[in-house]
Write a protein of this length. Structure first.
Length: 353
């Protein structure tokens, strides 16, 4: 049916915007079905959803989500704030998070805090001001005032990439401390006694701090003095990982094993080791953390800790949707992070024994 023209602000006549009723008529379904398809597509059959979406496309229909949000006091928009988007550390988990939200008809807005607590606070307040129904946050470490703000605004949130049964906030993640201790224990059992750590800045980053503590726990369990640990803090990048290794290998106490806070730093360290004529793992062992794609394509392949990124992302989305719908998930969820042994870890060099 031809739409009646209306006058635009410049005096020209334009066709009226297509309505929900127009879409329903074109697709041969009820307006309720169209609404379900757009707002909760998982409950509509593939065949019906295709008919509706084809009608939406052909008519150029754009749902008035602003009006819907005012009526329902919901925007169907969730926010996620990650520390960085410069490498793949959070990409896999965020992808699974977005896929699950999309299945529920929810749009995702993503911000990166660049590991800055001040910037993260601005982004949290900004997303809430823009009507975000719920938030995904990384790690527990932020000011109490932020948690109080979210409670007052009645904006539900879930913490990911960490797990601590003593924390009252709802979370889904893994025990960073225990995961690193398990990895370093395997390093030490191969005879290594001179180890070093390349890590992100630990201040304001509970994941990095807990991994550091896990390393110290492993050292203490093997009778090593934690004071002998050489630590370099830097931002996550291949270049910084390379520079950190160069510094370590120029020190008086050269390590036989370098533990890296993530796979990106480890990849940089391996590049630098090759430039310096060091064979990994014959001359130097290097380990990472995260098990992102780079761990399997570097040469030699990287020993690391496998983080359950996709399970974490999907689970976080399901928890947030439940919270937004007025349900109360029983408890935080702990996932397993396991050591993946590959070629970059070997016994202590014979020259050091």
């Amino acid at each position: 049916m031809k739409k009646a023209p209306i006058s635009s602000s410049n005096g020209h006549e334009t066709a009226a915007s297509p309505t929900l009723e127009d879409v329903a008529r074109t697709a041969g379904v009820s307006t309720a079905t169209v609404s379900r398809c757009l707002n909760n597509p998982s409950v509509v059959s593939d065949k019906t959803r295709k008919r509706v979406l084809d009608a939406v496309k052909s008519l150029g229909y754009a749902p008035n989500f602003g009006a819907q949000a005012l009526a329902a006091k919901r925007t169907r928009t969730f926010g996620a704030i990650v520390p960085t988007m410069e490498n793949a550390i959070f990409a896999r988990g965020l992808q699974a998070f977005q896929e699950e939200l999309q299945r529920c008809g929810i749009t995702l807005l993503v911000s990166s805090s660049s590991y800055s607590p001040e910037l993260e606070e601005e982004q949290i307040r900004g997303l809430v001001a823009r009507g975000a129904d719920a938030l995904l946050l990384i790690g527990f470490d932020r000011s109490p005032q932020i948690y109080e703000f979210l409670e007052k605004q009645q904006v539900p949130y879930v913490i990911a990439w960490v797990y601590d049964p003593d924390q009252p906030m709802l979370s889904i993640g893994f025990d960073n401390r225990r995961a690193m201790q398990s990895l370093v224990t395997q390093v030490l059992e191969l005879g290594h006694r001179s180890v070093a750590l390349i890590t992100a800045e630990r201040n304001g980053n509970d994941r990095a701090q807990q991994r550091y503590e896990g390393l110290l726990n492993a050292m203490k369990a093997h009778g090593l003095d934690p004071k002998t640990l050489h630590v370099i803090e830097t931002t996550y990048s291949i270049t910084n990982g390379a520079e950190a290794l160069k510094t370590l290998m120029q020190s008086d106490q050269k390590p036989t094993a370098v533990i890296c806070g993530n796979d990106v730093l480890a990849a940089g360290a391996m590049v630098q080791a090759r430039k310096m004529g060091l064979k990994v793992p014959d001359d130097l062992s290097i380990t990472g953390f995260d098990d992102i794609e780079i761990a399997e394509i570097v040469t030699p392949t990287l020993t690391t800790v496998h983080v359950p990124h996709r399970k974490m992302g999907k689970g976080a989305a399901q928890m947030l949707v439940a919270l937004r719908n007025g349900q109360n998930p029983d408890q935080s969820i702990e996932l397993e992070a396991v050591t993946i042994l590959r070629e970059s870890l070997g016994p202590v060099p014979k020259s050091e024994t």
